[in-house]
Design a protein around this ligand. Structure first.
Ligand SMILES: [Zn+2]
Length: 335
C-alpha cells in the first residue's frame, strides 16, 4: 500500500493518508468513477462511500481487506445519495451500520438503481435519445444492485467513535444533492468531502441548492483540514484545498448571481441557461439547464427541479453534439 508523502499520485488503489485513515482512489475522473475511504483504529473500521456498482465495491473491499481483517467494519457512512457513493452498500457486513442524513436516506431507494440500470441499458440502443450516455455506463453493471438504505439517520451533526478515534459527521446540504454531509477526523485533520469539494467541480445539482453549496464550501474551510478525500479526482492537501475551495465558491457564486439576475428579469430557466457563458468550464454545458433550474428553485420554491430523465436526455444530446466537433470535451461530468 502507498503511504502519503506530500502529494499523492492519482492512481487507482488504497493509500494510507494518516495513521489509520485511508483513501481508495479510482484513478480516473471519468463519469461515475468515484473515490471511497476508511478510518480504522483499535479493532474497528468506518467506511466512507461504497462506489457505483458491485464490481467496483468488491475491488475496494479486496483492497481494504488486509486492513479490516482485524478491525471489522462498524459503520458505513454515505456522504450523499448518488448511486456512485451508495450502490456498493450491500457488500458490506450485515452487522455494520449504514449511516446517512435523513434527507439522503429518503433518496436511497431501489427505484434509483432500477432507473439507473434501465437508462444505461437504453443508452446502448443507437436510436435511443440516451445513446450519448452509452460510454458513461460501460464500466458498470447496475442489475445486481439492491439498494441498502441507512440503518442510522441523522440531521445536523452526529458523533461517531471508531476505536479510540472521534469522527464527526456534519450535514452541509442541500447543495450537490438534497442531503450532503461530510466526515471529519479532527485528530488527523482529514476530511471526507463527498462531491461538495473536488479538484474539478462536480457540476451537477439534482435537488440541491447552489446558494447553500457556496455556504457548504465556506463551512468546509473552517475545519482547517490538512487533507481532503474528494468524492471524485485526487486527494487534496495543503494549498490544493484552498485552491479547490476558491474555484468552487467562484464557480457557484458566478452562476448564482448571473442566473439570479436573469430570474429577476423574468427570463425562463432554459433560456437563461442558453444565455449564460460557461466557456471556461466547457463540461458545465452538459448540465447547465438543470443547474439553472435549481437556482431558480432557490429563488422561488414553486419552480420545480428538472426531472432526472430530462437532464439525462439533455446530457446525451449535448455529448453527441460536442463529440462531433470536439471529442475529448464531454467525458468528465459526475453524477
Ligand atoms: Zn459522485
Amino acid at each position: 500500500m502507498r503511504q502519503f508523502p506530500t502529494t499523492l499520485p492519482f492512481i487507482k488503489g488504497l493509500a494510507e493518508l494518516r495513521d489509520g485513515v485511508y483513501a481508495y482512489q479510482s484513478g480516473s475522473t471519468d463519469f461515475g468513477l468515484s473515490n471511497a475511504g476508511a478510518v480504522v483504529d483499535d479493532g474497528e473500521a468506518l467506511i466512507v462511500d461504497t462506489l457505483y456498482d458491485l464490481n467496483h465495491a468488491q475491488e475496494f473491499l479486496d483492497a481494504i481487506d488486509p486492513v479490516t481483517a482485524c478491525a471489522p467494519v462498524k459503520y458505513v457512512f454515505n456522504t450523499h445519495s448518488d448511486g456512485d457513493h451508495i450502490f456498493g452498500n450491500q457488500l458490506f457486513p450485515d452487522d455494520a451500520e449504514v449511516v446517512a442524513t435523513v434527507a439522503a436516506n429518503a433518496a436511497m431507494t431501489q427505484e434509483q438503481a432500477d432507473l439507473t440500470a434501465s437508462a444505461f441499458d437504453d443508452s446502448r440502443r443507437p436510436d435511443s435519445p440516451l445513446h450519448g450516455l452509452a460510454d458513461f455506463g460501460r464500466p458498470f453493471d447496475f442489475h445486481p444492485v439492491r439498494v441498502r438504505p441507512a440503518d442510522v439517520v441523522f440531521s445536523g451533526e452526529k458523533a461517531l467513535r471508531v476505536g479510540r478515534l472521534d469522527v464527526e459527521l456534519h450535514e452541509l446540504g442541500p447543495a450537490h444533492t438534497v442531503g450532503d454531509s461530510i466526515a471529519y477526523v479532527p485528530s488527523k485533520k482529514v476530511l471526507f468531502a463527498g462531491d461538495l469539494l473536488t479538484r474539478d467541480i462536480v457540476k451537477v445539482v439534482w435537488s440541491g441548492s447552489v446558494a447553500n453549496w457556496v455556504k457548504a464550501l465556506e463551512r468546509i474551510r473552517t475545519f482547517d483540514a490538512e487533507v481532503v478525500v474528494a468524492g471524485h479526482g485526487p486527494v487534496l492537501s495543503g494549498g490544493e484545498i484552498g485552491a479547490a475551495l476558491e474555484l468552487g465558491i467562484a464557480f457557484w457564486s458566478y452562476l448564482y448571481e448571473t442566473a439570479g439576475a436573469l430570474f429577476e428579469q423574468g427570463v425562463p430557466a432554459d433560456e437563461a441557461a442558453a444565455r449564460i457563458d460557461v466557456d471556461t468550464f466547457p463540461d458545465a454545458a452538459l448540465t447547465l439547464p438543470t443547474i439553472i433550474t435549481a437556482i431558480y428553485h432557490d429563488m422561488d420554491p414553486d419552480v420545480a427541479f428538472k426531472p432526472v430523465p430530462e437532464t439525462l436526455e439533455f446530457m446525451a444530446s449535448k455529448i453527441t453534439q460536442l463529440s462531433r466537433s470536439c471529442p475529448e470535451s464531454a467525458t468528465s461530468a459526475d453524477p
